[in-house]
Design a protein around this ligand. Structure first.
Ligand SMILES: NC(=O)c1ccc[n+]([C@@H]2O[C@H](COP(=O)([O-])OP(=O)(O)OC[C@H]3O[C@@H](n4cnc5c(N)ncnc54)[C@H](OP(=O)(O)O)[C@@H]3O)[C@@H](O)[C@H]2O)c1
Length: 315
């Protein structure tokens, strides 16, 4: 493993051709890797629809992007709060009404290392609720439009899937008994990754034409911990992110942009930086631990998720 199919430098945006006429949806695109992915896609002529929770931050991000790429840059935002399923439903409906083509939906938004157990509007543990349940619902609403567009779904995971429980805690999805900022975050990122592999299987079984790719950004200097982490983690991450151990948010965006644009990627795979224990370096295919592809757990997670959010995901 780690033989990079894109050569020594790994995948870079130089490989992307002209993206005129292509439309990409990115959740959490006003900051961090999502914002940088937006910049890369706009620089290639694509249209980007940001799905963000904050109107003020979105306007600010769009202003910055128009300063960089000109007033005609095709970027807009639709308000969506993944911590509120009614907001995801509203955003989904607005997308169906206003976005006729989806070349890729990049499930990028997340919260991480929330210090104390919190709940989404619908009563889910916040990290699982935002990172997994919210995106699951969004993907289910947009699936047919993505299929009509022969598009893709990109799930942004985390190396955290290898930490914590390494499985899904079905008897306590809300972590009432053992809440832990990091373990609970890792659980939510594992859930996202398992959802993606299960979705791949269901798509193939139904003979549908949607690709699903899983990636991670390595360790990247973004606002992730600053936004949702506790004070101790914010201080530690603030210091570490100034060292060469942590790459730029722009580099952190490469894997998700690659998964949204590159042809002939392998599906049952996991992409991201391949060096320094997969935290940085050339982007390519990474080693994937087998527990992420425990399809019995993945199938059960799918059923539990449908029950929890009260919506079937019909592939
Ligand atoms: N940075 C790393 O080292 C690292 C490592 C492993 C994995 N990741 C993954 O990389 C992805 C991108 O994160 P990032 O590092 O770029 O973090 P970031 O800078 O904090 O960006 C996260 C984005 O998600 C949005 N978001 C958070 N909660 C939301 C909600 N309820 N509804 C809608 N949007 C919401 C944020 O909006 P606001 O601006 O309004 O908060 C922000 O736009 C995440 O999936 C994360 O798990 C990052």
């Amino acid at each position: 493993m780690n033989n990079n199919q894109f050569g020594n430098k790994g995948w870079t945006p130089d490989r992307i051709g002209n993206l005129n006429e292509k439309t990409y949806l990115i959740s959490g695109a006003n900051a961090g890797a999502g914002f940088e992915a937006t910049r890369i896609l706009l620089s290639k002529g694509a249209e980007v629809v940001m799905l963000n929770r904050s109107e003020a931050k979105s306007k600010n991000a769009i202003q910055k992007l128009k300063e960089e790429f000109g007033k005609t840059a095709q970027v807009k935002f639709i308000k969506m709060d993944l911590a509120d399923l009614s907001s995801v439903r509203n955003a989904g409906n607005e997308i169906i009404q206003s976005v006729s083509r989806i070349d890729a939906l990049i499930c990028n938004a997340a919260i991480a290392q929330v210090p104390k157990q919190q709940f989404t509007v619908d009563g889910f543990e916040s990290q699982l609720g935002v990172n997994h349940y919210g995106h699951f619902l969004l993907c289910s609403i947009l699936f047919d439009r993505i299929e009509e567009s022969k598009g893709r779904i990109v799930v942004v995971g985390s190396e955290g899937y290898k930490m914590g429980l390494k499985t899904i805690q079905f008897d306590d999805m809300n972590w009432n008994k053992n809440y832990h900022p990091m373990n609970t975050y890792c659980h939510s990122k594992l859930a996202q990754i398992m959802f993606a592999y299960e979705l791949q299987d269901r798509i193939r079984a139904a003979n549908k034409n949607v690709q699903v790719y899983v990636c991670h950004p390595g360790a990247s200097a973004t606002s992730l911990i600053k936004t949702s982490g506790g004070l101790r983690d914010r201080i530690i991450w603030g210091l570490v992110s100034k060292t060469p151990l942590v790459q730029s948010a722009n580099r952190g965006a490469y894997p998700e942009v690659m998964c949204a644009t590159e042809d002939n990627l392998r599906e049952k795979a996991y992409f991201g930086p391949t060096k320094r224990m997969q935290t940085g370096g050339p982007v390519g295919e990474c080693k994937l631990e087998p527990h992420a592809q425990d399809m019995e757990v993945a199938a059960k997670l799918w059923t539990v998720t449908e029950q929890e959010i009260g919506q079937k995901f019909n592939v």
